[in-house]
Write a protein that binds this ligand. Structure first.
Ligand code: ADP
Ligand code: MG
Length: 262
């Protein structure tokens, strides 16, 4: 089986003035169809640098990057943006939605100015379907500031799905969200993975990595760990369990209405 993404001796060096920062130092990494991988590691270890390359937002300084078997490491910025448009979806920690733009238009945006844009009616149909897919049917005309953080991230996931990519990349997608909302977001990623999407996501929380199938660890620009997730969690089961516990706690807290236990 051919990997969806493959990095070969990937280096990324940033130079500002005299100083060179070796953000990633010779990483070999492959992800196969159907995987759901958590990329972990301390702040500054190179996770975002690697994700940005996987997402065709940036190019390696040295080494090669194959996406669906195609060497994309030497493509121009325009070519990269075309590849990005056709093959993958990217979700950011900070949602990156346009503020004065409705949810449905935010979702349409990646295709709107692309040569692969379907006719308007079809684009709208797809955007609404993507919103429904993430549980936001009925919120299509809301502006981002009329939505909670979790809902904004769902819009961002719908936007990442608009080009029907096989590969979804996410850089700390739950980093700005509380625990319960994070698990809801993980439920969406797990459902998408169950449908066959390949997912790579950065997180520095072990709890969140536990919803993935495989965990890799970066340190100082190198991959230092790579193992399957044992005892993988199901986000829908966790949500159901949390709701049961909250309902039980509410019952226990509620003062007895008739002044005593029946
Ligand atoms: P992480 O996502 O794991 O926190 P990053 O990939 O953002 O790590 O950063 C890795 C290293 O590269 C850090 O030392 C960071 O300061 C540096 N770095 C990241 N982006 C740039 C940039 N655009 N210019 C210079 N240095 C950068
Ligand atoms: Mg980062």
């Amino acid at each position: 089986m051919e990997p969806v993404v493959r990095l070969e001796n990937f280096w990324k060096t940033y130079t500002s003035g005299e100083v060179a920062v070796h953000a990633v130092r010779g990483v070999d990494f492959a992800v196969f169809p159907g995987e759901m991988v958590a990329v972990m590691g301390a702040s500054g270890s190179g996770k975002s640098t690697m994700m940005n390359t996987l997402g065709c937002l940036d190019r390696p300084t040295k080494g090669r990057y194959f996406l669906d078997g195609i060497d994309v490491s030497r493509l121009s910025r325009d070519q990269l943006s075309d590849v990005r448009n056709r093959r993958l979806g990217f979700v950011f920690q900070g949602f990156h939605l346009l503020k004065r733009t409705s949810a449905v238009k935010n979702v349409e945006l990646p295709l709107l100015y692309s040569p692969h844009c379907p006719p308007r009616a079809e684009l709208r149909r797809r955007a609404l379907a993507a919103l429904e897919r993430v549980g936001l049917a009925g919120r299509a005309n809301h502006l981002p500031n009329q939505l909670s953080g979790g809902q904004q991230q769902r819009v961002a996931i719908a936007r990442a799905l608009i080009n029907e990519p096989k590969l979804l990349l996410a850089d700390e997608p739950t980093g700005n969200l509380d625990t319960a909302t994070s698990i809801e977001i993980m439920a969406i990623f797990q459902a998408l993975n169950d449908e066959g999407k390949t997912i790579v996501m950065v997180t520095h929380e072990l709890d969140i990595a536990q919803y993935c199938k495989r965990m890799v660890v970066m340190r100082d620009g190198r991959l230092v760990g790579d193992k399957p997730v044992e005892h993988r969690l199901s986000a829908t089961e966790e949500l159901a369990r949390t709701r049961r516990e909250m309902a039980a706690a509410n019952l226990a807290d509620r003062p007895a209405e008739n002044g005593g236990t029946p």
